[in-house]
Design a protein around this ligand. Structure first.
Ligand SMILES: O=C(O)CCC(=O)C(=O)O
Length: 340
């Protein structure tokens, strides 16, 4: 097929835009020359809804969709990642979000339940968010849920908690990132009403989707293992003004500041524009942010750290005795049409 499929063209899963995504990602070379930046951004935001809404990790699909992949293969792969079937209610919600259609009663009820919950952030938390661009939701998931997620990470990378000689194997890991996206132990956080409420207070809407993000394992530094990053960076496109966006990370074990904690420059969202203007023309902001003093954020197992995407952030070297284990997780508005 040499023409870009229409949005409404579906395959056996009945998901709008999926054929188009497949075509676009397997024709990246062709597409690079087409369309203006706004059109590309428009597609990208819709694709993020599609990918996370179908329970796929972004890095996962980026690796999977090589130019020779067929659309049938993509659909079969998605089904397999979802354990052989996808809840029709999930597909209905996704199609409604992507076409601007109405949600069904079940989805509406979930939003109403979240809206009716007591706030999880009080006025002082929201002030902290506003001023520093970072806020922590304590006890976002239970100790048992954390322990199950830690076990899943350990098993996936072949690590034993009580045997430091196993901590440096790099099975399925990229630096400190662990390419584990689908596992029942990662679901409680994605489905948690408390976490949903937290994100809804920051976004101002309950119509949010969780990301299917990966996990992280940051062992103590030792001879032969120097912290590989991520150092201070932004995940947003720095060539454009950075709008509102929330990123998140869940500590699955107690994490001291020196234990490879999440680090950021609090308050930078307020000064980013001026700082960018102070850089030499065409400078890459990433080259200039390295070395800026950052704050390491300690936390307990189950604490969810949320930060504004305009904050430079990264992890940090682990100088403690135990590895740091995390699940990356954020939630974002499911209806792209409302953002354009
Ligand atoms: O793992 C960390 O502490 C940092 C995470 C990070 O840099 C990111 O999510 O972009």
């Amino acid at each position: 097929m040499s023409q870009q499929p229409q949005i409404e063209e579906t395959g056996s899963l009945g998901v709008v835009r999926l054929k188009r995504l497949w075509w676009r990602w397997t024709h990246r070379g062709v597409l690079a020359e087409r369309g203006d930046a706004a059109a590309r951004q428009h597609e990208w935001v819709h694709e993020m809804v599609l990918i996370h809404g179908l329970g796929i990790g972004l890095e996962q699909i980026a690796r999977y969709l090589t130019p020779e992949r067929t659309f049938d293969e993509l659909e079969a792969w998605i089904l397999e990642l979802n354990g052989g079937s996808i809840d029709p209610a999930c597909i209905a919600r996704l199609n409604a979000a992507l076409t601007g259609g109405a949600y069904d009663a079940q989805t509406q009820r979930r939003f109403e339940e979240i809206a009716a919950m007591p706030a999880v952030f009080d006025a002082s938390d929201l002030e902290t968010w506003d001023e520093h661009g970072i806020v922590v939701l304590r006890d976002a998931i239970s100790a048992q849920q954390c322990a199950a997620a830690v076990d899943a990470v350990h098993e996936f990378i072949g690590v034993r908690a009580d045997d430091a000689s196993t901590w440096y194997q790099r099975n399925h890991a990229q630096g400190i990132m662990v390419q584990l996206f689908q596992h029942p132990a990662l679901e409680p956080a994605r489905r948690s009403a408390r976490i949903h409420k937290a994100f809804s207070q920051l976004w101002g809407t309950t119509d949010l989707l969780p990301t299917f993000d990966r996990c992280g394992f940051n062992p103590p530094e030792q001879a032969g293992f120097i912290f590989p990053g991520p150092h201070l960076h932004w995940d947003a496109d720095m060539t454009k003004p950075i709008g509102f966006g929330v990123q998140g990370l869940l500590y699955l074990g107690d994490t001291a500041a020196e234990q490879g904690a999440f680090s950021c420059v609090p308050g930078f969202h307020k000064t980013l524009d001026g700082w960018l203007q102070s850089l030499p023309p065409r400078a890459d902001p990433h080259d200039h942010i390295r070395g800026t003093p950052a704050k390491a954020i300690a936390g307990n197992a189950g604490d969810l750290i949320l930060w504004h995407q305009a904050l430079p952030h990264g992890s940090s070297p682990n100088r403690a005795a135990r590895p740091r284990v995390v699940q990356y997780l954020t939630m974002f508005p499911a209806r792209p049409s409302e953002r354009f």
